[in-house]
Design a binder for this molecule. Structure first.
Ligand SMILES: NC(=O)c1ccc[n+]([C@@H]2O[C@H](COP(=O)([O-])OP(=O)(O)OC[C@H]3O[C@@H](n4cnc5c(N)ncnc54)[C@H](O)[C@@H]3O)[C@@H](O)[C@H]2O)c1
Length: 338
């Protein structure tokens, strides 16, 4: 495989997890290399930045170039793939700019703040012929991949109920406090709850109705309970950016199949077969950011390959569903038929 040269745009909190992913790939000798990074704030290139999840050791490779603007980086370094880790309100503008500059794009979730913006990104990908993928990283996480495999091979029968939660204190590390602006982040519902909403769609497909009860704190949609309704199943999800400062981040998922319940917690998967002994599932020791980057690099080197796992159209459809959930939340948790 030809080497894929990558450049990170925005070296804040989550970019460190991406840098750690590139390091995993370099250590195993994959033909994927982080060649440049840009951030408007050069202080970000050195020093730690603590966020609500473990980002691993994200130090930059010694030969990685640093820039303080995308324009300088485009002039100064040749690269194939831009890895956009900017605040959400900048995703559309920079994804389109970079595709027009001839780069393939990996852009962090959420794809954009509105479905209309997502459609513009999809159109730009089509017009430029560049690959576009959104960092719905749970699709590359070993624990959630185990669940997906259970759904596909039917080993425990049909999945009919999901209970999920993803709880965090309000993010305070962001550039200009962008997380705390509803207009810039879309609140917890658009930013963090989206991980679980997207995962439910990935596992169960499109719901036939949806509803969200939300609590607005210092910003809109800061704590929410979502119900996604299927003909023969249901998913209930809690999301919070209202946990007390200092309390640990928590993400869990319980998936009830006809013949077992599967519990995802703390990076482990435990299976509780009906009428059998519980056991811990063996998971590959993979880094989900490395897997996400590897997947897109594979699509870049093989232009005929289909992005079956994480197409941008699906990320856009998740934003369309988030818009429905925001409408429901603003209307007293109204159940909206889809
Ligand atoms: N996949 C995940 O689990 C996950 C986790 C956290 C955040 N995210 C997403 O990643 C994105 C970034 O989040 P974050 O926590 O890293 O935010 P952040 O504010 O810590 O980082 C953004 C960085 O972009 C830089 N920046 C701002 N404008 C710029 C510009 N015009 N050019 C270059 N650099 C610029 C800022 O200086 C900052 O360092 C968001 O969309 C967020 O939702 C994803």
């Amino acid at each position: 495989m030809k080497e894929v040269r990558c450049a990170i745009v925005g070296f804040g909190g989550i970019a460190r997890a991406h840098a750690a992913g590139y390091r995993v790939l370099a250590e195993e000798g994959a033909p994927i290399r982080l060649v440049a990074v840009c951030d408007v704030d050069p202080k970000k290139f050195s020093g730690e930045l603590k966020i609500n999840v473990d980002t691993g050791k994200g130090a930059l490779p010694a030969d990685c170039k640093t820039y303080t603007s995308v324009e300088e980086m485009l002039e100064g370094t040749e690269f194939d793939m831009a890895d956009i880790c900017l605040p959400t309100f900048l995703h559309k503008e920079y994804a389109i700019k970079l595709m027009k500059a001839g780069k393939h794009v990996l852009s962090e979730k959420p794809m954009a703040l509105s479905y209309a913006d997502c459609c513009e990104m999809l159109e730009a990908a089509k017009a430029t012929g560049r690959r576009l993928m959104i960092g719905q990283c749970l699709r590359f996480n070993a624990a959630y991949s185990f669940l997906k495999d259970c759904c596909e091979d039917g080993r425990y029968g049909k999945l009919y109920r999901l209970s999920m939660e993803r709880l965090s204190p309000l993010p305070t590390w962001g550039f200009e406090n962008w997380f705390q602006s509803t207009e810039r982040s879309g609140g917890c519902l658009t930013d963090m709850h989206i991980h679980d909403v997207d995962m439910v769609r990935y596992l169960l497909g499109e719901p036939k109705a949806a509803s969200t009860l939300a609590w607005d704190g210092t910003m809109k949609w800061q704590f929410e309970n979502t119900r996604l309704v299927y003909d023969d199943g249901i998913a209930v999800i809690n999301g919070s950016w209202d946990e007390a400062p200092g309390i640990p981040f928590k993400a869990t998922c319980r998936a009830r199949f006809e013949r077992a319940e599967v519990l995802l917690e703390g990076g482990k998967v435990t299976v509780y077969p009906v009428g059998g002994e519980s056991f811990e599932a063996e998971l590959p020791a993979t880094n989900h950011m490395a897997e996400e980057i590897r997947y897109l690099a594979g699509l870049i080197t093989d232009p005929t390959a289909e992005n079956a796992k994480n197409p941008p159209e699906s990320a856009a459809a998740t934003i369309r569903l988030i818009e429905v959930l925001r409408e429901s939340a603003d209307n007293g948790a109204k159940l909206i038929a889809l």
